[in-house]
Each structure stands twice: as C-alpha cells, then as structure tokens.
Design a protein. Structure first.
Length: 567
C-alpha cells in the first residue's frame, strides 16, 4: 500500500490526515485540519508535492479517536493491565518497539505527556504518524494484522485509563496565549518565585535536546517570561541569556559523556558519520561540538586517527589482561544447537552467541530448544525478561505434548530478570538471555554484551535480541539486516545469526568453522512445528544457491520496502 493509497483509505473511514516529515514534524500548517478534513484533491496534491512524505492521523473529535501511545514494554504492559479480556481495538507497531492503541474519541481528553512513564495520550490537538510511514532509519509503522482501523472499529477507552488520565498531575500551559495560573491551577508551582531560573533552564534544555534551533528556543523563553507580567526589558534579557548559557554548557557536557560512552564500547575503527547517526547528532552546532570533543580525546590519548581515512578513529585500549593459552584445553564446549548450527560452527568456552529474531520467528522456541538439548550435559540457566510463570509453563507443556520432555523433567533453572544480566552470569554454565532489551541508545548493547563476556570463565552465553523486519528500499539499500545494536552486538559474538519472517535463518557472523566451508552468509528455511520442534527444510546454502533453488523469494512492497518472504 502506498502513502497515497493509505491516506485516501484513512480519509474514507472518516480520519483527518496531514502530511509529515520523517521526523514527525508537519509539512503544513495543520491546525485547520483539527476541524476540517482534507479532501481527495488536497491529499493528492500533497503526495505530488512531497513524494517521500509520511502520513499522520489527527486525533480528537475530528477523527473520532483518542490514542494511547506506549513507548516501552513496561508502558504496554501497564496498558494491558487496564483492559478487559474482550478488548479489541486497532493497534499499530511503532518503529522503536512501541504501540499505538487507537480508541474511540473520549470527550475532554487532550494531548497529555507521561500520564505514566513512557505512556502519552494523543487527543484533541494531537496526531499520530501512521503506516506505511517510515522513520529516518527506514523502519516502518505497521498495523497489527487483523487489527487495522478499516477492519476493526475503535473500542471505547478503558475506564481505568480514563481515570488515570484525568487524575494525572501532568501540568500543561499555553506559550502562545501566555496564560497566567493561580496556585490552584498550578499545583506544581512552576515558574513561581524562587524556582523561575531553574524552570527556564529546564524548558530550554529540553527544547535543545528536542532539536529546536537556538532562535526558536529564545522565542519560547521570551513568551514564557512575558507571561509572568510586565518586567524591565534588561531583566527579561538577563534571564533568557542565563538560561541559554546554562543550556549550552549542559548540552556540551552531556554530549561529551555520550560520545565517550559510545566510544568505550567500540573495539574497531569507526567514523564520525557513524557516531552522528547513532547518537542523533544532527545540528551544525552539535557537529562542531563533536569535532572539538574528538580533538580533545586525540590529545588525551583516548582515541587515534586512522592513518589513511579522514574522520575515522579507533579507541586506544589500555586495560590489558594476559591470556594463559598454555592452560587452555582447546576442546569445544560440546554444545548442541537447533537448526544444525553445531555442524557448521565450533563453540568454545567463553564464547558469546547472539540470535536476533523478528517478531514471531521462533526466537524463544529456539532458545528453549538449546536448553532442552543441553541440560543433561551442562548446567543451564535461562534468564527471561518477558515470560511470567504461566506463559513459561504453557511453553514447556508444548515439549511435554510432543513427548520431548515432561514438565517435571526440566533440569534447566529459569530466572525472571530484565536487566543487569552480567550480574547474574554463571561463569562456567550455559547462560541463556531471553532477551536483552533497550528502548533507545541501541549502541549500548555492545557494551552490555562485553560485560557478559567479562563474567564468563569456561561457560558460554547465548544472547537474544529483537530484530526489525528486513527492508529493501527502492534504491536497493538493505535495512535492518542485523538486530538492534547492529554491528555493535556482533563484536564479541563468535556466532551471530538472525531468524526472519517466513522462517528463514541467516548466519551473519561465524568465526570458528567446523570445516573449510565458510558458513558466513549461509541461509536455511525452517519450520516450527507444534510450537517447539524445529524442522530443517533443506540444507544451509549460500545466498546465491538459496535464490537459485527458489527456496527464498523476496517480494518487495513499493510502499515501505518490507520484504515479504514467500512459502
């Protein structure tokens, strides 16, 4: 479905749509579309003028919608705790792993940020970006299958959620109108005597982090200060200059910390372009600050420049630990891996394996199979960040139903843990982490995997990551080949493979081969039977062999470039 098709489809079911950029900002002055829907002619003109535009749906009474916007799994879980068993409403996956729950319009509910952590409300005066739009990284918004808005009408907002929204202490005020507030209307005491300087700085700092240019930030601060009443112009100017100066100093200090943290988890040459992309350094001012930071790091001996490539550096690693290779056995760990991976790759003590799986590709089933196949020969510890006792039992019962393992026959120890996995690692055992999750700063995944590696002695760790659907853009660029964290997560891995939609496994990195045959880049189709048994459909083959045998068909949707794997 193209952007034009989607926009017209949304309009046909009564939604007010507007064109937006990849960064979500409107391409038009959109306020009138809170009261007036664009017609087909207007929509076609937008698409003709901005062929790469995204599409957004205006929330509130005009579209009959109020949307719960969850930006993390914890927020999603919190919302699920407010709904009843038969609650069905349109649901949209966002590019960073969040979810939009599209509910029926609730009168009186406006935009509201952080009603709880990572949960916002889009009501009157708001909008949501809608599928098939993509973000700056090329990752798409996707409606949950069977829960598209043209298939399922929006459900009423859950009463518990309405109560939460109305009782939230989130404080909103109008910069445009410069409204004054009474103490009763301003229970937080914002911008009152004694805290005005700090509050001004906080607004300025947040605006700066959000990407606003200094000129616009200054205008926002002027409007804020003027909303307090008549003041001497010099006093107003001094207040604003102070806030802007503190903002600049704080931003440079934070940027230094972020860049040094990013560099600290890198064990290879990297470019400043890569740094800019992962840390979202986009403004001219931030890029100049980044240049100065790297210059200081070179002088301090923390990084060095590449001898031949401009803008390329590597971290100077001073923390050395001598390797006692004479005491090493040289023997394999003796690990059995589903999908025949053990036939291709040698796994040695203190190795890291990374499996990155798309949703519903069988990642957890694969990990449970690893535990099942090795628990009689090794001590196995399974750390789950998303399964409670009931869901785990349901998963394990599938093994009993297929006569693989009785429920009381599991020797694996299962632990509920969602972070700081390095603290729980058993140095000489098989450690299975399902899964390592981050909601931003994905480059930090590499550092977390390194912490896990440092805790190992003779044991191994298998780390599962989430993976967005692979995409091929119109220019042939392939997006999302790797899981979250991309190459960062692969640096310490001796084996890194992906499990993709359509049940296709791909070996992205294999360091220690079982034979002279290089397994890197090999692919295999598989089937997950009865929720727990993996069946290999053919053998591991190179990508060329795979395509030649027509076992892997790629159908590219011109709308968002998502690869649809044929059966």
């Amino acid at each position: 479905m193209t952007i034009l098709d989607a926009a017209l489809k949304y309009a046909s079911i009564g939604y007010s749509v507007i064109p937006v950029k990849k960064d979500k900002r409107p391409l038009i002055a959109w306020e009138k579309h809170q009261k007036e829907r664009a017609d087909e002619k207007q929509i076609r003109e937008w698409v003709k003028k901005w062929p790469d535009m995204n599409i957004a749906i205006v929330t509130g009474e005009i579209s009959g919608l109020t949307v719960v916007d969850c930006d993390s799994q914890s927020a999603i879980d919190a919302f699920k705790g407010m709904i009843w068993d038969t609650f069905y409403t349109p649901m949209q996956h966002t590019p960073r792993g969040g979810m939009h729950y599209v509910c029926k319009y609730t009168e009186g509910i406006q935009n509201k940020a952080a009603v709880i952590e990572h949960m916002d409300i889009r009501g009157e005066g708001g909008y949501i970006v809608a599928a098939p739009s993509v973000n700056n990284e090329g990752t798409a918004y996707i409606w949950e299958e069977g829960f598209e808005p043209w298939v399922l009408p929006p459900a009423p907002m859950p009463p518990k959620c309405v109560t939460l929204i109305k009782s939230s202490n989130t404080f909103a005020f109008s910069l445009y109108k410069g409204l004054s507030r009474t103490p009763a209307e301003n229970p937080g005491g914002y911008f009152t005597e004694g805290r005005r300087d700090n509050d001004l700085f906080h607004v300025s700092n947040c605006a700066r982090k959000g990407g606003l240019e200094p000129e616009m930030i200054e205008e926002v601060l002027i409007r804020l200060v003027n909303s307090w009443g008549e003041h001497d112009p010099k006093w107003v100017s001094d207040k604003i200059k102070s806030a802007l100066k503190r903002t600049k100093e704080d931003q440079e200090r934070n940027l230094t910390q972020e860049i040094k943290g990013w560099v600290s988890v890198t064990e290879r040459y990297f470019s400043v372009t890569e740094c800019d992309k992962e840390l979202e350094i986009v403004t001219k001012r931030d890029k100049e600050a980044r240049r100065q930071i790297f210059h200081r790091m070179v002088k301090a001996g923390e990084v060095e420049r590449h001898p031949d490539r401009d803008g390329t550096f590597r971290r100077i690693i001073l923390d050395l630990q001598e390797i006692d290779y004479l005491s090493a056995s040289g023997k394999e760990f003796g690990l059995r891996l589903p999908l025949g991976l053990s036939r291709l790759v040698r796994i040695l003590p203190k190795n890291i394996i990374v499996v990155a799986g798309e949703p519903n590709a069988g990642k957890t089933a694969w990990l449970l199979n690893v535990a099942y196949e090795n628990q009689n020969d090794h001590e196995v510890h399974y750390f789950s960040s998303e399964m409670g006792a009931d869901e785990l039992k349901d998963r394990l019962l599938k093994f009993e139903e297929t006569n693989m393992c009785r429920l009381d026959g599991w020797k694996t120890r299962f632990w509920d843990k969602s972070g700081d996995f390095a603290d729980a690692i058993k140095p000489n055992a098989i450690n299975i982490i399902d899964f390592l999750e981050l909601h931003d700063k994905f480059w930090e995944i590499g550092g977390k995997i390194r912490e896990i590696y440092d805790r190992l002695d003779r044991g191994i760790a298998i780390v599962a990551l989430q993976k967005n659907p692979t995409q091929v853009l119109k220019d042939g660029t392939v997006k999302n080949e790797w899981g979250l964290g991309a190459l960062r997560a692969a640096e310490k891995a001796r084996l890194y493979f992906t499990m993709n939609t359509g049940n296709v496994a791909v070996i992205k990195k294999a360091k220690n081969w079982k034979s002279k045959v290089n397994p890197n880049g090999m692919m295999m189709r598989y089937t997950l039977a009865q929720g727990c048994r993996f069946v290999e459909k053919g053998k591991w083959m190179t990508g060329t062999e795979f395509a030649r045998k027509e076992q892997y068909e790629e159908v590219i949707d011109d709308t968002d470039g998502t690869i649809i794997h044929g059966d």
